[in-house]
Design a protein around this ligand. Structure first.
Ligand SMILES: NC(=O)c1ccc[n+]([C@@H]2O[C@H](COP(=O)([O-])OP(=O)(O)OC[C@H]3O[C@@H](n4cnc5c(N)ncnc54)[C@H](OP(=O)(O)O)[C@@H]3O)[C@@H](O)[C@H]2O)c1
Length: 162
């Protein structure tokens, strides 16, 4: 199993604002969909609150301390990232999809990052900055801003070394 983290980060480390994403980046959403299709999505309860429904073609696992949390059928609860990964054990590449609290917990277990670097300083209240010491960059691709993409971005893939 390859544990993947998928995250978009502004140049000042912002990943969220007011419970949501403070940018409009259609190409990034398409990439998220293409990469995660058919896989498990592991997310924190606050990110789940924002997403609000299971995303088609993917199995959602919500990490929460609240075992009574009401979720639609087909969505699973886990009391830790470790438990979420056990629930996803049939998947060759489960995706940890945020937010900051869950990224921090998952970091030591991750083998791969799909990182979108957003080339703009953006105001926000939720931050995450991975430390890539001990990782190597496996892929990089630049995309300009456009009609549906507010900012230029670079798509990067990072792999743990060793
Ligand atoms: N830019 C991106 O790629 C990206 C991706 C995803 C999310 N986001 C953004 O990130 C923000 C949300 O991030 P966040 O850090 O506030 O919240 P989060 O990580 O989505 O969820 C936090 C919740 O996870 C549960 N949790 C945390 N630690 C736990 C533990 N050790 N054991 C069990 N459950 C635990 C708790 O749920 P309970 O309170 O229910 O116990 C906690 O309230 C939003 O703005 C969202 O839009 C950005």
């Amino acid at each position: 199993m390859t544990v993947a983290i998928i995250v978009a980060i502004s140049s000042n480390g912002v990943i969220g604002r007011d419970g949501g994403l403070p940018w409009r980046l259609s190409t990034d959403l398409k990439r998220f969909k293409a990469l995660t299709m058919g896989h498990h999505l592991i997310m924190g309860r606050r990110t789940w609150d924002e997403v609000g429904k299971p995303l088609p073609g993917r199995r959602t696992i919500v990490v929460t301390r609240n075992a009574e949390l009401e979720v639609p059928s087909g969505v699973h609860l886990a009391e830790s990232v470790e438990e979420a990964l056990k629930l996803a054990k049939s998947d060759d590449e489960p995706f940890v999809a945020g937010g900051a609290e869950i990224y921090r917990l998952a970091m030591p277990m991750a083998d791969r990052y799909y990182l979108t670097r957003i080339h703009a300083e953006i105001e926000g209240d939720t931050f995450f900055e991975p430390d890539f010491k001990g990782w190597k960059q496996a892929f990089t691709e630049d995309h300009p801003a456009g009609e549906k993409d507010e900012y230029p971005v670079t798509f990067e893939v990072w792999e743990r070394v060793g």
